[in-house]
Design a protein around this ligand. Structure first.
Ligand SMILES: [Zn+2]
Length: 264
């Protein structure tokens, strides 16, 4: 995967699946150095605290100082320590070949580090979809591209379909265009019923229209974070809507209570 913006230390350690390669461009060598040596604080889930915490890299031995010094052929470990308790550690092992980096090992597992943040979504997903979401994260963590992607795609399609069920009763709804449209066009037609970010970046979801046999492992691993983020954006809005609904119900109850008291 070679994106425009190189991954940050946190993205490479926490979000990237194992074995996914990233080649840093000449002008992005500093970003590669940051992944391996930067002591910038990382805010992420600590399985031992069972909460988010701030981690810092623990450096032993000497640091390669120049931005390009990491380039070559070597293996380097990154040890992050929880600021609440230095015994809480996250360890990542990177393999470097030229300007290409990949994560070849880590502890705790990616699934353990990443499913915490999605646990909140069990409230707004069906049981089956939630199970598949955590399964997809676990599979991607082990570099299983197509398998994890197919789970994510199904959840994404279910969410788009839920938006469609509401949108199709809108006046001026173009059913024919929706039925014949590919995923990117469908997302556009559902503007107003899906998060704005998703609609603006709908071209990123073109890959969802491909058949399973057309997908490559690498393509799926590269698209994984984008599709996962799309799902999270939809679910974040659902969480907000659910919280608002609960508050409205409480307010209605409270008002009724007042009215009946005043009437007594
Ligand atoms: Zn901790």
């Amino acid at each position: 995967m070679t994106a425009q913006t190189p991954p940050t230390k946190k993205e490479f350690c926490i979000d990237y699946p194992l074995y996914e390669q990233y080649t840093f461009a000449e002008e992005h060598l500093q970003a590669g150095w940051n992944v391996l040596f930067s002591q910038e604080p990382i805010d992420t889930y600590c399985p031992e605290c069972n909460a988010h915490s701030i981690f810092h890299q623990h450096i032993t031995g000497s640091i390669l100082t120049s931005a390009s010094s990491w380039v070559g052929s070597r293996r380097l470990g990154v040890l992050l320590r929880c600021s609440r308790d230095t015994d809480h550690q996250l360890y990542f092992l990177f393999d470097i070949e030229g300007r290409t980096m990949q994560k070849i090992g880590q502890h705790p597992s990616l699934a353990e580090l990443n499913t915490y943040d999605v646990r909140q979504y069990s409230a707004v997903l069906s049981k089956a979809d939630f199970k598949e979401l955590t399964k997809a994260i676990g599979l991607a963590a082990h570099g299983v591209g197509v398998g994890s992607f197919v789970y994510l795609r199904r959840i994404f399609e279910n969410l788009v379909n839920a938006a469609y069920q509401i949108a199709k009763s809108d006046s001026g709804w173009d059913e024919a265009a929706y039925q014949s449209g590919r995923m990117a066009e469908r997302i556009q037609l559902l503007e107003g019923h899906l998060p704005e970010f998703l609609v603006e970046n709908r071209s990123m979801y073109k890959i969802l229209s491909k058949g399973v046999h057309e997908l490559t492992e690498d393509e799926c691993l590269a698209a994984f974070p984008v599709v996962k983020m799309g799902i999270e954006l939809v679910l974040d809005e659902k969480l907000v809507a659910a919280a608002k609904q609960r508050k409205l119900e409480q307010a209605t109850k409270a008002i009724h209570g007042l009215v009946s008291k005043a009437g007594a």
